[in-house]
Ligand binder design. Structure first.
Ligand code: SF4
Length: 616
């Protein structure tokens, strides 16, 4: 594939032909070349690689994700983050992947189209204003190349948790395209781009054409699907993506629409405190969430109108559901909603808006808010130490769903701003190091409070640890696989179902999912399309004439070992409780988790089984 290596320190571009099947494999090759496991994640020498899969520009849908691979300031090892729809514009950039290295002297925007790269100095700003400003100052570039901007917001300069933000623009009208906004967010790719390379924005565009002609051969594609799955392509696609578009069986669609009625009382509330509640209590809370949080969305987005859009590529699934002008996804709204003790949808909107504008990863921010709320509620911190003027209502058993939701949402909005502004010592510490390292430091700083309250800072958070300082918080499901010793977490590279089984079986199912997800990312395919894509992926590579991928997950695991960022045993009580409470809920007889040794045994057996599978 063609890869552009851009040295930001020298404004130099080198076009290379490398042997890689997709962006993930290309990134692994580049990171190996520079031995980046030795480097700090924010070192200018640690490249950020982004690129697209081989199926762009043809007759396949959902194949235009832009995949970012970088050494994460949060996990301290390689992380992969995907941004929906952007490869539909990036396919014209004249390369399948780009590696950003070196550090620009001044904050810089990079414009890439048709193999040409330009640089321009630009002032950092809030993510949405920045995109507008880029459009206004370089309208010619946007129109000529039908371009799309990928930018970082203020959070990338002041926290570990910066996302890469992209909102597609109708280049003729200069207006944002509803629903076509997405984020490569988990693991801090924006922080790595901003602090490592001084890059504020990357604008991609150029002539749209398939990388491989065969990807545009509708007849050959249909033939392949008929042979393998017995139906033409679109029939299979519609069947396999129904949950994300509209499922008539449950009368809703999209991640937000489906998750609340589907998972109900198994969705985590109040920073996972819900795992301690009896089932009847959880059901009462789930009913409230459905009534106050889910129903207003359901009525306007499905019953009164169909405000469904795509992410920027012409995809018939139109999974982006828009409520009163705001794109509503499960993860970002849960982060500003029930997970932080807010059951009112309208109260979550300004919090999500602020998180988006500041360019934060919403899932991680939900964890930070819930953790700090709980620390203040428990008395480990004083409200003013995180810039708040009140104590959050963080006990689900005495929660007033209307009054307390308003209070918590207001406090969350203040906390998000304070966090990005590093406005107190405690927040500056968390913003610099993330939850895991900050928790340890706070335990030292406030040892007397820890003693008095009988609870440690780390015990209020849920995360999987990597090496000495890295960690990842789970996406919002009550699922042991999300904190199991897997090499990439925070997304779906694991068994993410609310289930429990022996560590060996769990490792096997998690490994299989991780391998499949890595392949889907490497192919630049949207995971909502995995249902039709996974069974035919090998044949699709054959069809277009591209080389199929190597053992990607093994390479990623090996890199983590070299970086000293292998999965580490659970160190927070709430993380361990997440696992044991679900085992109990599901009636596990064999695993009772009566003391720490039981947790350790399950964890280590999982890790050993996983490592064996990886090496096999
Ligand atoms: S399913 Fe949604 S995110 Fe995926 S390609 Fe289609 S519109 Fe984009």
């Amino acid at each position: 594939m063609i890869l552009l290596e851009i040295d930001m320190g020298k404004n130099k571009v080198e076009k290379q032909e490398i042997d890689a099947s997709g962006p993930l494999e290309a990134a692994i090759t580049i990171h190996k070349k520079y031995e980046t496991w030795r480097l700090d994640p924010l070192s200018p020498e640690a490249p950020i690689v982004f690129g697209m899969g081989p199926f762009v520009g043809g007759k396949l849908y959902g194949v235009h994700r832009l995949i970012f691979v970088f050494k994460s300031p949060q996990t301290k090892t390689l992380h992969v983050s995907a941004l929906g729809g952007a490869a539909y514009k990036a396919m014209g950039m004249g390369a399948q992947a780009v590696a950003i290295r070196g550090r620009a002297e001044k904050p810089t925007a990079v414009f890439i189209a048709n193999g040409q790269v330009e640089f321009a100095e630009i002032k950092p700003s809030d993510a949405y204003n920045l995109i507008k400003e880029l459009y206004e100052t370089r309208r010619d570039f946007f129109i000529q190349n039908d371009a799309r901007a990928l930018v970082v917001g203020p959070a990338s300069w002041t926290t570990y948790n910066g996302a890469i933000v992209s909102v597609d623009i109708d280049v003729k009208k200069g207006e944002f395209r509803l629903g076509a906004e997405d984020f490569a967010a988990r693991g801090g790719p924006g922080t790595a781009l901003a602090q490592g390379h001084n890059v504020v924005a990357i604008v991609v565009g150029g002539p749209k054409k398939p990388l491989y002609e065969k990807a545009a051969d509708a007849e050959a594609i249909n033939q392949l699907f008929r042979q393998r799955l017995g139906k033409p392509y679109l029939d299979v696609l519609n069947e396999k993506t129904v949950k994300y578009r509209y499922d008539p069986k449950i009368g809703t669609g999209g991640t937000f629409g489906v998750n609340y009625p589907h998972y109900r009382d198994l969705l985590p509330l109040f920073g996972y405190k819900s795992i301690y509640m009896p089932k009847e209590e959880r059901i009462k809370h789930a009913d409230l969430v459905l009534e106050l949080f889910w129903k207003p969305f359901q009525v306007e987005v499905f019953e009164k109108a169909k405000s469904w859009y795509n992410c920027g590529e012409p995809c018939p699934v139109v999974c982006k559901k828009v409520w009163r002008g705001k794109k509503v996804d499960y993860e970002s709204f849960h982060a500003a909603g029930p997970f932080i003790g807010n059951y009112l949808l309208q109260e979550a909107v300004p919090v999500v808006d602020e998180i988006d504008k500041l360019g934060l990863d919403a899932i991680e921010m939900g964890h930070v808010i819930a953790w700090l709320f709980d620390a203040v509620y428990t008395g480990l911190l004083k409200p003013e130490e995180v810039g708040l003027d009140d104590v959050p209502a963080f006990d689900p058993s005495s929660f007033d769903p209307v009054k307390d939701s308003r209070r918590n949402a207001k406090l969350a909005l203040a906390l998000v701003r304070n966090f990005v502004n590093n406005s107190t010592d405690v927040l500056a510490l968390v913003a610099k190091h993330g939850i895991r390292k900050a928790a340890r430091e706070l335990e030292r700083r406030y040892a007397d409070r820890v003693r008095e309250r009988g609870v440690r800072f780390r015990d209020l958070a849920v995360y999987a640890a990597y090496g000495a300082e890295g960690y990842m918080t789970p996406n919002f499901y009550w699922a042991p696989g999300l904190v199991a010793p897997m090499y990439v977490l925070g997304r779906y590279w694991t068994n993410y179902n609310p289930t429990f089984m022996s560590p060996e079986d769990f490792a096997k199912t998690s490994y299989e999912r991780a391998v499949a997800e890595a392949l889907v990312d490497n192919a630049g395919i949207c995971r909502f399309h995995r249902g039709w894509a996974e069974p035919v992926l090998k044949e699709l590579y054959q069809l277009v004439g591209a080389r199929p991928p190597a053992a990607l997950y093994r390479e990623i695991a090996y890199y983590a070992k070299l970086s000293g960022a292998e999965p580490m045993p659970w160190e927070s009580k709430r993380t361990r409780d997440l696992v044991s409470a679900l085992a109990k809920e599901l009636g596990s007889k064999e695993w009772r988790f009566e003391d720490y040794d039981d947790y350790y045994e399950w964890w280590i057996r999982f890790k050993e089984a996983l490592d064996k599978l990886i090496l096999a």
